[in-house]
Every structure is written in structure tokens, then in C-alpha cells.
Design a protein around this ligand. Structure first.
Ligand code: UDP
Length: 369
């Protein structure tokens, strides 16, 4: 056997795993279909501005080990994500907090805000069955209508009553004047974007770019004791049990001759009529870089939700009961093979970057025991 482990996919999961296995003396090969490493955290410098090519990525975690780990490979600057929601031209602070409640209802105290929510959730079932019920019982009808319904239905391409409740619980709800989008104690972005992080993870690892694992699956299986596949599990098994659903995205990047287009890194467009969900102004991800901030040029990206079909980049797993059941069937099918599935696609889970790193570290421990 030429390799101990072949890893398909040079995204964050594959890169952390490869690094750990390599540091533990394993012979590792990473194969990547794309011409670049980094998966969807890939950035590209345009006019000196690191552009998050596949959407805003802000690293945030409550797991000390993960924070210390990523800081070994890149210098992070502090970044607190505080997006603003734009609903038909009205601006609201996110996540849902006292600023939002004041802007929506004019209330000033936590007690007033709680009373408003209580009034607006009257009659809701104790156990929310879907995203709509969950949202209304957390923040009431007004905020649901203005800040959640339109955004979510665009984002997922389906009715809020057909989406799992957990998706909306990703967002904090707090009764303080705090616009921090995440609750995690450690948050930041690598200086200059994510490419440096991935490249230093992979600096002693054999990587073959432009190489499609699936096109040579049998070759790699013959030459490796273990295979870790970070792509979609249904694709690995040639869709033999059926197709899992994913949600796609489409990005439109634009170069503007202005030093400051929208005054914030992320603006969410929460009405149904605006076709995109977010506008990102990349330079604001680098507030520590004064020269970049002052530059009379800015790169702005509109993020459009998109239907997904085979062959497109998959961004979000659709974790409803039907898809979850199919995923479990594939997992059972995989149990008799030498392949392990990992990462957001491989595990069909809505992982953030920190969970992805945590899972990769855990798998590396299992594989080196
Ligand atoms: N969401 C919303 N309004 C917003 C932002 C988010 O309703 O302004 C909902 C929406 O359903 C979305 C979910 O919250 O899918 C999770 O949002 P998050 O920002 O975590 O999405 P991601 O950054 O992973 O795309």
C-alpha cells in the first residue's frame, strides 16, 4: 500500500485531517477536484482585498482547543460580526436583541420587549414543529414577518413551515443591547483571508489538484489502507439509493470605485422581493488594515440563493426528515467499506468551521490510535 490514508477534498476538514495524520507519521495523499485548495473558505485577492469567494466566513468558536489549533497556523485579527438587516429599506440590527426590539416596537427595557414577544406568541404550541412556529415563539410575529420569513424562504427555496426548527436556533436571541451575531468567546478572521491558513496546514502534505477522486476511485482504494471522503455521500455511491438534496448559492462580485460602499461587512436583505440574501463588502472583514480600508476601491458581492442540481457546488445540506433518513441509509451502506465520510458534505450536517475542525481532529485521533 502506497498510502495509509487518501483524503478526497482539500477543504478545511481534509486539510486539518491531513496535517494531523502527517504529523503523526502517516503517509497521506490529498486529492482535490478543484484547481485550488481551501474548498469554500477559499479567498482571492482583488485590488489587494481578500475576497471571500464563496460567501462570508467568520471563524467563531467556544472550543478552546479548536481556537488554539487554528491560531497555530494563521494570525487572526478580532472580528465581531454585527450584520444589519435591510427590510424594504428599513434597517434593523441583528441578531435579535434590544436594539432590534427598540427599532421594531419602540420598547426600551427587556421587560417591555419580553411582554411584546409574549403577546405575539400567544397560542403557539409548546413544542414547535417547524421553523415558522419556532421563530414566532422565540421573537413574535412582527420580527418573523420582517426579518425571518422572506430571508428564510429565499435562502431555502421553501416555506418556513417545511423547514426544521433548528435552523433558526443558530441565531442568538438576547435581551441586551449587543449586536454580536455569535455567542462564542473566540471570534476572528485570519489576516488577509483563509488561504494562508489552509496553505500552512497543507505545507508538508502531498496534494494533487485538479484530480477527481471519483474518476479513479478504484485506484485510490487499491493504494490506501483507508479513504476519507469529504464530498457528498450519495455521489460516492453513484446515487444508488437516491439523491440527497442540497441548497446552492450563486455569487456576483463587483469592483466599485469607492472607499466605502455600505459601511459594514454584511448586510442581509430580508424582504422577499430583493433577489439576493446578502451583500458583502469584503474590505470590512479586515478592519485592522487601515491602508485597505482607506483605499478608493471596494469589492462587493451579492449572494443569491440557488436551486441545486447534480454537478453544482453544494453549500447547505437540507436536513429534513426525508433527507436525513436517506443519509442514514447511505451510512449503513458505508459501514462495510473502507471509506469514512467527513466534513459538512460527507456528514450531511450544517457544520460551522469550528465544528469542522473539531470533527477532523477527533477523526485524526481515531485513525492514529
Ligand atoms: N436568518 C433569517 N434572517 C436573517 C439571517 C438569518 O431568517 O437575517 C435565518 C435563515 O433561516 C438562515 C438561518 O437563520 O438560514 C441561519 O442563518 P446563518 O446566518 O447562520 O446562515 P449561514 O451564515 O450559515 O448562511
Amino acid at each position: 500500500m502506497k498510502y495509509d490514508v487518501v483524503i478526497a477534498g482539500a477543504g478545511l476538514f481534509g486539510s486539518v485531517l491531513a496535517r494531523e495524520l502527517r504529523d503523526n507519521g502517516r503517509r497521506v495523499l490529498v486529492v482535490e477536484r478543484r484547481a485550488t485548495v481551501g474548498g469554500n473558505i477559499r479567498c482571492e485577492e482583488r485590488d489587494g482585498i481578500p475576497v471571500h469567494l464563496y460567501g462570508a466566513h467568520i471563524f467563531h468558536t467556544s472550543i478552546r482547543e479548536v481556537w488554539e489549533y487554528v491560531n497555530r497556523f494563521a494570525a487572526f485579527h478580532p472580528f465581531i460580526n454585527s450584520p444589519v438587516a435591510n427590510y424594504r429599506g428599513e434597517l434593523y440590527n441583528l441578531p435579535f436583541n434590544m436594539n432590534t426590539f427598540h427599532q421594531i416596537w419602540g420598547v426600551k427595557t427587556p421587560a417591555e420587549a419580553r411582554a411584546k414577544i409574549e403577546e405575539q406568541r400567544a397560542g403557539m404550541a409548546a413544542e414547535p414543529k417547524n421553523l415558522e412556529e419556532q421563530a414566532i415563539s422565540l421573537v413574535g410575529k412582527d420580527i418573523y414577518e420582517k426579518l425571518i420569513k422572506g430571508y428564510t424562504e429565499k435562502q431555502w427555496g421553501r416555506d418556513c413551515r417545511e423547514l426544521p426548527a433548528f435552523i433558526i436556533r443558530r441565531l442568538p436571541l438576547r435581551f441586551t443591547y449587543d449586536n454580536n451575531y455569535f455567542n462564542d468567546p473566540w471570534q476572528g478572521i485570519p489576516d488577509g483571508g483563509y488561504n494562508g491558513l489552509i496553505e500552512s496546514l497543507l505545507d508538508s502534505v502531498e496534494v494533487r489538484l485538479g484530480t477527481d477522486f471519483m474518476a479513479d476511485r478504484d485506484y485510490f482504494l487499491r493504494n490506501a489502507k483507508r479513504v476519507v471522503y469529504t464530498g457528498a455521500i450519495d455521489e460516492y455511491f453513484d446515487y444508488e439509493l437516491g439523491e440527497l438534496e442540497y441548497r446552492g448559492l450563486r455569487f456576483e462580485h463587483e469592483r466599485l470605485e469607492t472607499d466605502n460602499f455600505q459601511g459594514i461587512a454584511v448586510m442581509n436583505f430580508t424582504d422577499r422581493e430583493t433577489p439576493y440574501t446578502r451583500v458583502i463588502e469584503h474590505k470590512h472583514f479586515e478592519p485592522q488594515n487601515a491602508a485597505l480600508i482607506e483605499k478608493p476601491v471596494s469589492i462587493v458581492t451579492k449572494e443569491y440563493p440557488a436551486a441545486w442540481k447534480r454537478g453544482d457546488d453544494a453549500y447547505y445540506p437540507v436536513n429534513d426528515a426525508k433527507n436525513q433518513a436517506l443519509y442514514e441509509k447511505y451510512l449503513a451502506r458505508a459501514a462495510s467499506e473502507r471509506v469514512i465520510f467527513g466534513g459538512r458534505l460527507g456528514e450531511y450536517k450544517y457544520y460551522d468551521m469550528d465544528k469542522t475542525v473539531e470533527r477532523a481532529l477527533a477523526l485524526s485521533k481515531t485513525l492514529t490510535e
